[in-house]
Design a protein around this ligand. Structure first.
Ligand code: FCX
Length: 444
């Protein structure tokens, strides 16, 4: 039952050796061409980034160190009394590539609870933000402000060896992951209780119970404790949203900003602002808005034809169908399947009108999107259902949904940040070209 830090210290030299070998023995191997369409197409398809913890197969979906989601559901320890994967287990797997023991996961939960309490300056900062400010903006501000506590930034200023960077980045990353639920819950309290920020009543949103796991605490801090189904859902949701290889906007942003040796708080804050975009993390909020509008229009017992018609009206008005399509995936998202299965075995969920409608749409939309003929992937992604479940559980503040995604994405983005420094990766600096410069390179 080695500690996380000892496990990392043991694995890092092996990985460093592997990278060295790749560079010296295969550094000149060509893995693909750069086409003009890659440059003007958001770098789609370019194999241009190192990302250790997960790889996205266009057809099979995400694999975490080679493990599929169903594998992880079998292998990774759950919370005490729970069945679903917890973020602590997923983080251990992402960081180390190893399946943790139950004792290792419990130790990590305890560490997070011990370090989860916010200092009074951070609480004051959050409480003084305009409650009308988007919760993701508040989240990014609070996370960035914690950089005053960065052990990495302090050590760098003093002067440390490059080989030591990762130890400080790991400490900051674990500290930030521990604090994210407290920050997120405080924001939730303030938007739910306008004018009560800082009141004695708000203290519950700050209390961290040393006996609970990360999500168990988060749910209590949001004032939603006592609902085991919601707690289990959030454990699964947060574990599954943690990592989706490196090229997505939030993960890539943390990696890019961190490559300038900005500390983990600044790097992850930047990632959160990317996550806040409607084509990325905000999609779950958009899906819910869209599904509720559909429900209003077609009612609770909609026919196939009515749903088809609604999908066409969305497409014909020039909008995307939110929750469908993906930059890399070319089949139904296994994260969507996992959340759908979570609903299928719980009658109180599978009978909920909104969740039923989500399922019906997932059976009909792929045909409509294929006929529409634009999107390369007509299948649902994880956002097609995630927000609708939150709504069912009574979280009716749509704007808050992406914050929960933000609590989760840290486990993947910060894992890679630790590896970036452990492997000594350099500052990222791709070559850009103007249209004139591209034209000059085109063979006549
Ligand atoms: N509905 C309608 N049209 C769609 C579509 C959808 N769901 N998805 C893609 N298209 C369109 C694109 O708009 C594009 O049209 P254009 O040529 O007129 O610009 C065309 O199909 C080709 O796009 P495609 O290559 O398939 O997709 P991209 O890689 O460019 O974009 C996203 C991928 C996810 C941004 C796109 O599918 C989309 O907008 N989906 C809806 C929003 C969403 O669900 N986002 C969440 C994604 C994800 F899970 C996450 O990152 O969180």
């Amino acid at each position: 039952n080695k500690s996380l830090r000892d496990t990392m210290a043991e694995i890092i030299p092996q990985k460093q050796e592997k990278l060295k070998k790749l560079r010296t023995e295969h550094g000149q191997v060509v893995l693909g061409d750069v086409k003009v369409e890659n440059i003007i197409g958001g770098m789609r398809g370019l194999k241009a980034m190192l990302w250790e913890a997960s790889v996205l197969d266009p057809n099979e979906g995400i694999r975490f160190h080679g493990h599929t989601i169903p594998d992880c559901q079998k292998l990774l320890p759950a919370a005490q009394g729970g069945k679903e994967i917890i973020p602590e287990s997923m983080l251990w797997l992402l960081l180390t590539g190893e399946i943790p023991s139950e004792a290792q996961v419990r130790a990590l939960s305890k560490e997070f609870a011990d370090n989860g309490t916010l200092d009074s300056k951070t609480v004051k900062l959050i409480d003084e933000l305009d409650p009308a400010m988007h919760p993701m903006t508040q989240f990014g501000i609070a996370v960035a402000s914690l950089n005053t506590t960065s052990k990495f930034a302090a050590a760098y200023e003093k002067g440390i060896k490059k080989t030591e960077y990762w130890t400080y980045v790991l400490e900051d990353s674990l500290d930030l992951i521990a604090k994210l639920p407290s920050i997120a819950a405080r924001i939730y309290y303030n938007i739910r209780n306008p004018g009560k920020a800082g009141s004695p009543d708000s203290a519950a949103s700050l209390a961290v119970n040393p006996k609970l796991d990360l999500v168990g605490n988060y749910v209590e801090q949001m004032g939603l404790g006592g609902n085991d189904s919601l707690t289990e859902y959030l454990r699964l949701y947060i574990a599954l949203h943690g990592d989706h290889e490196g090229g997505n906007v939030s993960a890539h942003t943390a990696h890019l900003v961190g490559s300038a040796l900005s500390d983990p708080y600044l790097s992850y804050s930047a990632a959160l602002f990317g996550l806040a975009g409607p084509l990325h993390g905000l999609a779950n909020q958009e899906v819910l808005r869209w599904i509720l509008a559909m429900q209003k229009s077609v009612g609770d017992n909609a026919t196939r034809e009515q749903i088809k018609e609604y999908l066409w009206s969305t497409l014909n008005s020039g909008q995307v169908v939110p929750g469908y399509g993906h930059g890399v995936l070319r089949s139904p998202d296994p994260r969507f399947n996992a959340l759908q299965q979570f609903c299928d075995v719980r009658p109180e969920l599978s009978s909920s009108p909104v969740i039923r409608l989500v399922k019906q749409v997932s059976e009909i939309a792929p045909g409509v999107l294929k006929e529409h003929g634009k999107t390369k992937n007509p299948y649902p992604n994880v956002d097609a259902t995630s927000g609708c479940l939150l709504y069912h559980y009574g979280l009716t503040e749509f704007k808050y949904y992406t914050v929960i995604f933000g609590v989760s994405r840290a486990i993947g983005a910060l894992t890679q940040l630790v590896w970036d420094r452990a492997l000594g990766l350099p500052i990222e600096r791709p070559k850009s070209l103007s249209m004139d410069a591209i034209e000059k390179l085109i063979p006549k």
